[in-house]
Design a protein around this ligand. Structure first.
Ligand SMILES: C[S@@+](CC[C@H](N)C(=O)[O-])C[C@H]1O[C@@H](n2cnc3c(N)ncnc32)[C@H](O)[C@@H]1O
Length: 299
């Protein structure tokens, strides 16, 4: 559904709509890409995924959506957007969304969270299978870091945890479920972690590592848009990782997302946020209990 740009809270760009966007004054681009096209794309991705694109993202948008135009042999952004909006083509909408997500991640990013997670896992009740949710899993480094932490706490590759890993982007989920990475992605991990949790590729897979099968089996990957009004997930989750995705959402959207997550968070569960995210505006739902760590508001 298209909404007026103002309602998305997106800062407006140059209103000279007829202007063809150029990367610099000397280079004219392959495709016609007007300021109006950029505004239209910003509005569509904001309505669909909550992602707010500021003016600084124009080059990125040109390059990412330009690939779709090339694949579809189109010559202008307007043609592409007209077809996208009129066709109702789910596959192209997904390709459009995948093209505009930012998927930066790494193993054990914000390491202090995994120390706290390990303390939480160590408190497992006898016989309990602990449910954990990684809600912006990207290419998988985060859910596998959760799995590694669990394997270390319980001293086995089959720890009593189940990890649900979700993302809106189907392309990153494909990468995540394969669990194959360039070996420099794990270079900062200890030798012990590399040896226990990864297998090195040989021959044509030289330079690649694969997460061991036992850890991959702990993780279930599913697509889930955090903007959806209902989440088809069943908790209660002892931990929810929701890191470095809420930064793309405005505060009312963050509040709505939290109001859907908190009911599936266990009463003694932990909610892990990204390093620059804070939720003091949602104090009736969650409260801080550590550096970018939250728990259910204790009423
Ligand atoms: C910057 S990455 C963060 C990855 C990981 N959580 C971390 O902190 O390293 C943000 C991820 O959020 C996902 N994302 C963006 N909008 C989303 C939405 N509406 N619903 C679910 N995931 C979304 C993107 O596809 C991307 O993989």
């Amino acid at each position: 559904m298209k909404q007026p740009l103002q309602s998305h809270g997106i800062s407006t760009v140059d209103d000279f709509d007829a202007c063809v966007v150029r990367s610099d004054s000397s280079s004219i681009r392959e495709f016609t890409f007007t300021v109006a096209d950029f505004k239209r794309i910003s509005g569509l991705i904001h309505a669909r995924a909550g992602i707010a694109l500021n003016d600084g993202k124009r080059d990125l948008v040109y390059s990412r959506i330009g690939r779709r135009l090339r694949a579809l042999r189109m010559t202008s952004f307007r043609e592409y957007l007209d077809q996208l909006e009129s066709s109702g083509d789910d596959a192209e909408w997904q390709a459009f969304t995948n093209a505009l997500t930012t998927n930066l991640t790494s193993f054990f990013r914000e390491e202090h969270h995994f120390v706290r997670l390990a303390e939480l896992l160590a408190k497992r009740a006898p016989g309990e299978r602990m449910l954990l949710w990684c809600s912006a899993a990207s290419t998988g480094e985060e859910p596998y870091s959760i799995a590694i932490t669990a394997a270390e706490v319980f001293g086995t590759l089959k720890p009593p945890v189940s990890i649900l890993a979700t993302d809106i982007d189907t392309q990153v989920l494909d990468t995540a479920s394969q669990g194959v990475y360039a070996d420099e992605r794990i270079e900062r991990l200890s030798e012990e972690r590399k040896r226990r949790f990864f297998r090195r590729g040989t021959g044509e897979n030289q330079g690649l590592v694969r997460v061991v099968d036992e850890l991959r089996e702990l993780v279930t990957f599913r697509q889930l848009n955090l903007l959806d009004p209902r989440y088809p997930v069943r908790g209660p989750f002892r931990a929810i990782f929701c890191r470095n995705v809420m930064i793309y959402f405005d505060k009312p959207t963050q509040y709505q997302v939290l109001s859907r997550m908190v009911p599936v968070l266990a009463d003694d569960g932990l909610f892990f946020a990204g390093h620059s995210e804070s939720f003091f505006h949602a104090g009736d739902l969650i409260e801080s209990c550590g550096r970018t760590i939250y728990r259910k508001a204790q009423r």
